[in-house]
Design a protein. Structure first.
Ligand code: RIB
Ligand code: CA
Length: 313
């Protein structure tokens, strides 16, 4: 498998942190060109701080981290401290970051990278609201054709919403950005709640993280211990759903996942269903398929992969 060049666009978030660690633990398959931060789970200053704390936890201060958009394209920012805690990374007690943010603005880093790398060689991995990606596409439409693939965490169909009855958080925060990305024509693979709610950190799985006996293993166990409260209370889940790491695991082992190539449109007018991903799973419309929408996962295989990789850090 040739190395895949990726940019992770993120709003850390405990599950974002695990996704970043999984990518950093897989240098033979993944070349992480940079981490671009966006406002989402918590405001931008915190997501940009948390991303650097995660790189330092993994001893990878060489990875450039950029700050991006601090609010959605056309709505007020909605954050999720009730899920992730005030810091956005509650659970472990990580030191303040020493590494600096890099210039330029994250949107310009995305544009410059896609223009300078060979066409079709860069994968965008958005695991937060799509504000940075949509802004890059709007500012520089020429880069859309240069994207190899967008593999994103967001949306839901059978699972419906986790922040409103109709919408998943990442899409709900910036539905206009999501509409831009889903209509861009770039190849898209979607990890919706339908699949991420099957990737639950049960106690044995959390114990396996802790048993690694490393600072990374312990921190991940503490993050998922904290992060599971919301889903346990709301859904009665058996553990924290590892939403964002599904994106990186798909790059490493696509065979662990299955889905359908279907049409997905984004609600941007009705306040009642704002940010809903209207996924034509049963192909009842003649709308063109625009996304590979993932519905299932080999959860044991996923956690075996994740735990084995985290042990390398
Ligand atoms: O709905 C789950 C998504 O929202 C994840 O990306 C999580 O980090 C939050 O951003
Ligand atoms: Ca996220």
């Amino acid at each position: 498998m040739s190395k895949r060049k990726i940019i992770i666009d993120t709003d850390p978030g405990q599950d974002d942190a695990v996704a970043i660690l999984l990518a950093l633990a897989s240098p033979d398959e993944i070349e992480l060109l940079g981490i671009t931060c966006v406002a989402g789970n918590v405001p931008l200053d915190l997501t940009a701080k948390n991303a650097r704390m995660i790189c330092e936890l993994a001893n990878r201060t060489d990875v450039p981290v950029f700050a991006g958009c601090d609010r959605p394209l056309g709505r007020n920012l909605v954050t999720a401290e009730h899920v992730h805690g005030r810091s956005g990374l509650d659970g472990p007690d990580l030191p303040e970051p020493v590494m600096e943010l890099r210039q330029p603005h994250a949107v310009d880093f995305i544009i410059d990278t896609l223009r300078s790398e060979s066409n079709g060689t860069v994968t965008l991995c958005p695991i937060g609201p799509l504000t940075n990606i949509a802004t890059a596409f709007n500012n520089a439409p020429d880069i859309i054709d240069k994207v190899h693939e967008i593999v994103l965490m967001g949306g839901a169909y059978f699972e419906v919403g986790n922040i409103t009855p109709a919408a998943e958080f990442n899409i709900h925060v910036d539905p206009h950005a999501a509409k831009c990305v889903f209509r861009s024509g770039a190849p898209i693979t979607v990890m919706p709640l339908d699949v991420t709610h099957k990737a639950l950190v049960t106690k044995p799985r959390n114990d396996a993280f802790r048993s690694l006996g490393t600072s990374v293993g312990t921190a991940v166990a503490q993050m998922t211990d904290f992060f599971e409260r919301y889903d346990r209370e709301k859904y009665g889940s058996a553990g924290a759903p590892l939403h964002d790491p599904c994106v990186i695991a798909y790059l490493l082992r696509p065979d662990l996942f299955s889905g359908r190539h279907i049409n997905v449109e984004i609600e941007t007018t009705s306040e009642l269903t704002m940010g809903m991903t209207v996924a034509d799973w049963w192909r009842v419309t003649d709308r063109e398929p625009n996304a590979y929408f993932v519905g299932d996962i080999d959860a044991d295989g996923f956690f075996d992969l994740l735990t084995e990789r985290l042990a390398r850090l």
